[in-house]
Structure formats: C-alpha cells, structure tokens
Design a protein around this ligand. Structure first.
Ligand code: CMC
Length: 442
C-alpha cells in the first residue's frame, strides 16, 4: 500500500488590490482559485471549503496545527509576540483590574458588564449554587479513590438528567447561570467525597471564590475562615484560564456541540478533554515533576537531560505550547504572583526555587531555544495552588472552573454563527482495499 505524492506545484497569493484576495493552487495541470479571508488582526487564511468539490483534493493537517476551524471574535493570541486578549482587552489588564465573574460576562456577551448587569449576574449565580438533593447523592456512588476530574465530568453530564434542554434564549441563559453557579459546588463535592467528608452547602453571603473555599475546607464541625488574599489569588487564576481560543478542550466542546448535543453533556466532554496531561492535566504533572526532582533527581540539570533525550518519554511538563513560540503571558503573570503568594504564606519555597532553576537552565539550553519552548500557564500555577492548600488532584479541576465561561462563550458563538455546520473532518484512508470475507470462516 503506498500513498501517491499529490505533487502540489504552486501556492501563492494574487489579486492584490482586489476586494477579496485569492490564493492559487495548481494541481494536475489545473489551477484553482481559493478565497483568502482576513481577520481583524491581519491573520490570513486560505478558504478551502470548496476545494474538494472543485478538485477532489482534501487538505491534510494532523493535530489541526495549521487549520482554522471557525471565525471567532472572543480571544486573540499572537503566539510569536506572547499576546493574549479577551474581546480585545489584554490579559495583563484584566488580571490586574477585573474579576472572574466580570470576565465571564465579557467572554459570554462581548462587552464588559454594566454595574447593574454585573450585580444581576452575581445575584443569579449566588442563588443557583445549591445542588438538588437527589443529584448530590450521585457522588456517593463514585469510588472514593476516583480522580475528581472524571467525577466532575460525570456530574456535569448528569445535570442534563435534571434540567431541561437549553433550547430557547431564556433556557440558555438559565443553563449558563446554572453551570457557572454549580461548577464550584460540584468541584468541592468531588473533593469532599474523595476524602470521605460530608459535602458542604454553599453560603449566599460569600463571593464566588470565597464560597468555593468554604465548600472545600469548611466542615459541619468547623467554619472555615476565608483568607481574602487566597480568594483573590484563586479569582486571578480563574481569569487567566478563562479562555484560550481553539485549544483541545474548546475544540472538543465545539465539535460535540456542533451535533446540537445537550449543553451540559457538551461541557462534560470539554472537561474530559482537559484532563489529559498534554492539556490541563499538565498542572498536576508539573508539581509531581518538581516534587520528584526535589526528592530523587537532586538537580534540575539532571532532569532536563532526560527531557531532551528522545529515547526517554520524560518531558519538561509545563513547557512548550502549540501556539506560543515565546513566553506565555499567563505564565509571566503567575511567576510574579507565585513569589508574592509564597512570601505572604511563608513556608518552603523549595518547589518555586526548583521551577525557577529549571526555567533558567531550559531557557539557555540549545534544545529548548531551538524549539522555542517556554514556560506555559501550567508551569507556575501548581506551585501557587499548592501554596494556598489546593490538593494536587484538584489542580485540573481548578482549571475547569476557570475555563467554563470560555467553553460556553465558544459554544454560544458557534450556535449563533450563520456559517454553522456540524463538525466533520475528512481523512486519508490508508487501510486495505476491498477484499473478500474468507470462505473458510463459515
Ligand atoms: N519537553 C521536552 N521536549 C518538548 C516539550 C517538553 N515539554 N514540548 C515539546 N517538546 C519538543 C518535542 O519533543 C518536539 O521535538 P522534535 O521536534 O525534536 O520532535 C518539539 O519540541 C515540538 O513539540 P511537539 O510535541 O511537536 O509540539 P506540539 O505543539 O504538538 O505540543 C505540547 C505542544 C504543549 C503538547 C508540548 O509542548 C508538551 O507536551 N508540553 C508538556 C505538556 C504541557 O505542559 N502541556 C500544557 C500545555 S499549556 C496549557 C493547556 O493547553 O492546557
């Protein structure tokens, strides 16, 4: 079985000055004109949606590394320059001046909320944090040893069994509020269940992150006194994770949602995709790596040698990114926050020291420099989570809490897109050609 090289001869842009520029693809002696579309930041894309009909060719792009799957007005990333903006606002400004619920509104509806809209959102979210008592029992049926990520995914999917389909504008709004409100309660229940403690009811007098901390650490015997500095740090982490355009979990949400599947089930699929160690699961792996280096390896340099060795599966977790080819701006913010939090909390800075040493060595190492591998958002987030007492197996659940408004915003945008179609990639088949079923098998 061989694949013939399609021998694509030329591909260039033309039509300068014309209303719509085009690219030309010449194949098998015929030239095809392909429209070129341009985004608001000057990114250009060759529209190949009609290519197969006209030429019989499909495009081939494993991992969708160079494929635009949608037009989106939500998040802009310039990976070469290390720029990240939500709805046009730089992440650095949002991190300094905004709150997670405000950012959620911005992502969902396109503009910062008025003070009245923000108050209404806070109020609506606050009164929907409780879980139905029958639903709460769901956690009892999961093994205590289960990781809180699949427990959270199962619980979010199960919301679809308790609430109606989000099929009108009003029901969509209620489903959005319900998801934002119940996700911290679900996350805290998943944790409480894993340690065998009773789940805590939410408190309406607390803000979003303080209420989450209360449900995580309070017990029926003892009220947990929320430290506002910790609540603020969590709010910042949620803002930094709130959206990141067409990453693996968001693309999953769009793909599953494109079949018009139930919204809760769609979000549950995003949680499952996020769990993987190459995506959101990396934050847990980073802390495990730092702890291993502290105990076993002795030095960052020894570990880096393994990460560079192609015969070794070890990777420097929290390093590298499909889009960023310079410093991830979220990692830069978190590195500073990390230092502040550790200074405030006291205790050992050992893991931060190892992380900073790893970064220093990696950023001057030819292997990492050549491949443009820099720290990503997961490199320092785990050190902060650990310093503020979040258990390691909850790190990726924290990422889920943050990414939730982004997933919903992308789902909403897809739903309202006039060009909306079910997602359905093509393939290049490399299996057997037709053959007959063996006659000696009855
Ligand atoms: N350690 C060592 N080598 C690496 C690493 C790393 N962390 N990341 C990439 N490389 C090498 C890789 O081996 C390859 O080398 P070569 O060209 O010699 O084969 C080259 O760099 C390109 O890597 P790739 O795997 O082709 O890049 P990708 O865009 O497919 O993968 C990634 C991106 C994030 C999955 C990858 O960099 C990685 O595995 N990083 C560690 C896991 C991680 O931190 N994930 C969190 C990502 S950010 C938050 C999120 O999205 O959730």
């Amino acid at each position: 079985m061989t694949l013939r090289d399609p021998n694509i001869e030329t591909m260039g842009t033309s039509g300068e000055g014309a209303a719509q520029p085009t690219a030309q693809l010449t194949f098998d002696g015929k030239t095809f004109e392909l429209p070129v579309i341009e985004g608001s930041e000057g990114e250009r894309a060759v529209d190949i949606s009609r290519l197969r009909g006209e030429s019989g060719l499909i495009t081939f792009d494993p991992g969708f590394a160079n494929t635009g799957a949608c037009r989106s007005a939500i998040t802009f990333i310039d990976g070469e320059k290390g720029i990240l903006r939500y709805r046009g606002y730089p992440i650095e400004e949002l991190a300094k001046r905004s709150t997670f619920l405000e950012v959620s509104w911005l992502l969902l509806y396109g503009e910062l909320p008025t003070s009245e809209q923000l108050e209404n959102l806070k109020q609506e979210v606050t009164v929907h944090t409780m879980l139905h008592e029958d639903y709460r029992r769901l956690f009892d049926f999961m093994p205590k040893s289960a990781h809180p990520m699949p427990v959270s995914a199962a619980a979010v999917a199960a919301l679809s069994t308790f609430y109606r389909e989000a099929d009108t504008e009003d029901r969509i709004h209620r489903a959005i509020v319900r998801l934002l409100a119940k996700m911290p309660t679900i996350a805290a229940c998943a944790y409480k269940h894993s340690i065998g403690q009773p789940t805590m009811y939410p408190r309406n007098d607390l803000d979003y992150c303080s209420n989450f901390l209360h449900m995580m650490y309070g017990t029926p015997c003892e009220e947990y006194e929320v430290d506002p500095v910790i609540a603020k740090a969590i709010d910042l982490l949620l803002i930094l994770h709130a959206d990141h355009e067409q990453n693996c979990s968001t693309s999953t949400v769009r793909l599953v949602g494109s079949s018009q599947a139930n919204l809760y089930a769609t979000i549950a699929s995003g949680i499952s995709a996020l769990w993987g160690p190459l995506h959101g699961g990396a934050n847990q792996k980073v802390i495990e790596m730092l702890e291993r280096i502290a105990v076993e390896e002795g030095s960052a340099d020894v570990f880096l040698r393994k990460a560079k060795d192609k015969n070794n599966v070890t990777r420097l977790m929290g390093f590298g990114h499909r889009v960023y080819k310079s410093y991830d701006p979220r990692a830069a913010i978190l590195k500073d926050t990390c230092k502040e939090i550790l200074a405030r909390m006291g205790g050992s800075n050992r893991l931060l020291e190892i992380a900073m040493r790893l970064e220093e060595v990696a950023l001057s190492d030819e292997y990492f420099v050549e491949r443009k591998l820099y720290p990503n958002v997961d490199f320092y987030s785990g050190v902060i989570y650990q310093a503020i007492g979040i258990p390691v197996n909850m790190f990726t659940v924290m990422f889920t809490l943050g990414r939730l408004p982004g997933w919903i915003a992308q789902w909403l945008e897809m739903r309202n897109d006039p060009a909306f179609r079910i997602g359905r990639p093509r393939q290049v088949y490399t299996g057997h050609e037709q053959r007959s079923y063996p006659t000696d098998r009855g």
